[in-house]
Design a protein around this ligand. Sequence first.
Ligand code: PMT
Length: 399
Amino acid sequence: MLKGKHIILGVTGGIAAYKSATLVRLLVKAGAEVQVVMTPSAKQFVAPLTFSTLSGKPVISEFFTANTGQWNSHVDLGLWADAIIIAPATASTIGKMANGVADNMLVTTYLSAKAPVFIAPAMDLDMMAHPSTTRNLELLKSYGNHIIEPASGELASHLIGKGRMEEPENIVRVLSDFFVPKDLEGKKVMITAGPTYEKIDPVRFIGNYSTGKMGYALAEEAARRGASVTIVSGPVAVKPQSSDIRIVSVQSAREMLDAAQKEFVDSDIAIMCAAVADYAPDHYADKKIKREKDEIPVIKLVKNPDIAATLGKEKNPHQYLVGFALETDSEQSNARHKLHSKNLDMIVLNSLRDSGAGFGTDTNKVTIFTNDGSSESFDLKSKDRVAADIFDTIIKSQK
Ligand code: PMT
């Protein structure tokens, strides 16, 4: 999302300025062009040479370049930018930005710019909590700026509290999320994810290897694109990064069915990514089944409901229902059969024969079939990128 974007990184005089070097490196790695603008006091913390080396551009700090007398146009700079990040933003710069005190190149550029502005405060906990900082940040928010809240932890003063600049990786994530097209704004997306556990007794269950990574990646992507997102989740260790994602936790296929049916009623898009157990024990032993000497217990299984097929029957014409097919053989014909038999609009095939695909990996390799008969195969990619391909295909096929 940051490829080719023009980013002004404003660095102000705080100890967290050392983290801004990593921030430049990550932005450049993501394909952005970065122009660093430093306040005079920032140069006390990190040498401009560090930033000019990492960004490949001379750092701007003064209105004039001393040896040539060349004027650094804050107006041109402001217009060049697709986004401005101030990281770290000290209490002093925050105060100047909030009140239009244009006494340095950075604040002057900020006042001239039309691009979105992201502010990552970093300061001691008492400065952070001071009413003037709070008021200035509120003012900046009311002007439409984005505040990247500082984290809590040990500060330069060795006191512990809120005031640590957000980590560079997270700042880059906030920025690249901002540039994702909001093509799911106003839509509700429901995703099933993870395995189901079918209880045998208080200590045992029937389950599978699903970790929820694929389903949670889909949820993150939908949230980035502006959807309101609910995951009906089996037991997993992953957690969503976006605090806007709602989680409904379930264990068994029956619980997943109940929750999915409830959530589906007002969903626009539903994606069945969970690895649902097809069978459950017909009887739950409420005490641990003991190991008897010569007797081997026999567990009788009953069929679980098919959640995707149930929603396929309940689907209204405006609703878009996506299934996954996890196959080990006859992949394409099995996927096409599931697409039609479950009344889906799309099915995403992943095969355990492809290395790097399926359970537990951070990558996946999929072929997407839509109910108009078309299909598209994708390369092995991170599950995040696969999620983006899936939503791109959904949006294309709804047009
Ligand atoms: O969670 P990860 O570790 O990241 O792994 C991701 C994944 C491999 C679990 C995921 O990519 C995937 O393939 N999910 C579907 C797994 C599966 O159960 O596939 P299936 O071919 O058995 O089922 C077909 C479809 O019917 C699926 O959409 C499934 O959710 C649904 N189904 C199946 C059985 C059932 N009783 N109810 C269902 O809704």
